[in-house]
Design a protein. Structure first.
Length: 123
């Protein structure tokens, strides 16, 4: 598969989309540049004309990771950008083949583990 940008840029925390069954969504990015995975199928979202809709895409998965980054900083505002990235990547639930892989990166984001890691790094 051709790398997808901006996800494939080296400075980007790239996100794959998974379904509710934990499988990589067929439309999702994948490759050696994927860092983590997050829910991205049938995600409730705001929509046109003051409506809501269940949408799918990596654009639905990425906000889960951004939200986790915000939560980590709310628990420990002294974290650096790199520490936030490291916590997100190191606190995942492993999916697919053991370890980092081309479909899920480090794995499915894990909010509980991430928050515990951020809390433990408080000074």
């Amino acid at each position: 598969m051709q790398p997808s940008y901006p996800a494939a840029f080296s400075k980007v925390l790239s996100v794959a989309a998974v379904s509710y069954t934990g499988q990589r969504a067929p439309f999702s990015n994948y490759g050696d540049y994927i860092d983590v995975a997050a829910p991205g199928v049938q995600i409730p979202s705001t929509y046109f004309n003051q409506q809501y809709a269940a949408l799918s895409g990596t654009s639905m998965a990425s906000p889960h990771v951004a939200g986790l980054a915000g939560l980590l900083l709310s628990v420990n505002p002294n974290l650096t950008n790199q520490e936030v990235i490291d916590i997100i990547k190191n606190s995942t639930y492993d999916l697919g083949i053991p370890g980092t892989d081309h479909e899920f990166g480090s794995g499915l984001i894990n909010v509980k583990n991430g928050l515990e890691d951020a809390q433990s790094k408080r000074q």
